[in-house]
Write a protein that binds this ligand. Structure first.
Ligand code: SAH
Length: 235
C-alpha cells in the first residue's frame, strides 16, 4: 500500500498549518511498515473537521510528525443508526464491528441476553477494528462502541425519540425498510431471543419487530444484512 492511499483517524481539531505528532502505533505503521518518507502526503480525519491532506515533516520509528495542509472533504452528516447485537464469540464480534462500521452505524452497543454466550469484550481492540474499517472505507467519523449492557437495562433506558427495529426470525413481521432518521437495529444471539425477552421488548413503544427475509440467518449475518437493508439508501 502506498502512503498516498493511506487515511488515518487522528485526534483533532484539524487546522491548516497546524503540526502534530502521531501516537506510537500510527508512527510505527507509517515509518516501519510502510517505510514512508519525509514530505510524503496522506489523508487524515478526526470525526468533526472533515478530511485533510497532511505532509510528513519528521520521521522517527516511534514519532512521526504531520503538518495539516488543505481540506479535501468537509464533514458530512452520517447515518444516525445504532446497532445493538447480542455479544458473540470473539472473531464473530470482530466481524460484526468491522462490517457495521463499513455499513455506516454511528453507535455499536453489544448486549447481554439470556442466551448470549460471551459477556466480556476488549473495548480497545474493538475500537481499533472500527477505526481501521473507517479509515479504509472513506468514512469521516468512527462509530462509538459502548460497553456491553444487559438487554433489560437497555430497554428500560431506551430513548423516547429513537425507533428500534428488532430482528425477529419467526416470519410474522414485515421486512425491515430504509432508515428515515435516527434509528436502531437489534439482533439476537445464536439461539435467538427467549419468549420472555421478546415480550419485554414488545412492551417498549419505540419497538417494531422486523424480518430480514425468509431464510434464518446466523446472528452475525443478520446484523450485516439488516444494516445493509436499513442504511443502503441513506444519502
Ligand atoms: N431462533 C433461531 C435463530 C436465531 S438467529 C435459533 O433457535 O437458533 C439469531 C438472530 O438473528 C435472531 O435473534 C434474530 O435477531 C436474527 N435473525 C436471523 N434470521 C432472521 C430473519 N430471517 N429475520 C429477522 N431476524 C433474523
Amino acid at each position: 500500500m502506498s502512503v498516498a492511499s493511506i487515511r488515518l483517524f487522528v485526534t483533532g481539531p484539524l487546522n491548516p498549518g497546524a503540526e502534530f505528532a502521531l501516537p506510537e502505533a500510527q508512527s510505527h505503521y507509517l515509518a516501519t511498515v510502510l517505510r514512508a518518507a519525509v514530505d510524503e502526503r496522506l489523508r487524515i480525519f478526526d470525526g468533526v473537521s472533515g478530511e485533510f491532506t497532511a505532509r510528513i515533516t519528521a520521521l522517527a520509528r516511534k514519532s512521526v510528525r504531520l503538518a495539516v495542509e488543505s481540506q479535501t472533504r468537509p464533514q458530512e452528516p452520517a447515518p444516525d443508526c445504532w446497532l445493538c447485537f447480542a455479544l458473540l464469540k470473539r472473531t464473530r464480534t470482530d466481524l460484526v464491528v468491522e462490517k457495521a462500521t463499513e455499513l455506516g452505524v454511528s453507535v455499536i452497543q453489544p448486549i447481554i441476553t439470556a442466551r448470549t454466550q460471551a459477556e466480556r469484550v476488549n473495548l480497545e481492540r474493538l475500537a481499533s477494528i472500527a477505526t481501521e474499517a473507517a479509515e479504509q472505507c472513506e468514512r469521516l467519523n468512527v462509530p462509538h462502541i459502548r460497553p456491553p449492557a444487559p438487554l433489560a437495562r437497555l430497554m428500560a433506558d431506551w430513548p423516547a425519540d429513537r425507533p428500534l427495529f428488532v430482528a425477529d426470525e419467526r416470519r410474522t413481521a414485515g421486512l425491515l425498510g430504509p432508515a428515515r432518521g435516527p434509528s436502531a437495529l437489534m439482533v439476537g444471539p445464536e439461539g435467538g431471543f427467549t419468549d420472555v425477552e421478546l415480550e419485554a421488548i414488545a412492551r417498549t413503544p419505540q419497538v417494531t419487530r422486523v424480518s430480514l427475509g425468509h431464510r434464518i440467518l446466523r446472528a452475525e449475518t443478520a446484523s450485516i444484512a439488516g444494516l445493509a437493508l436499513h442504511l443502503a439508501a441513506w444519502p
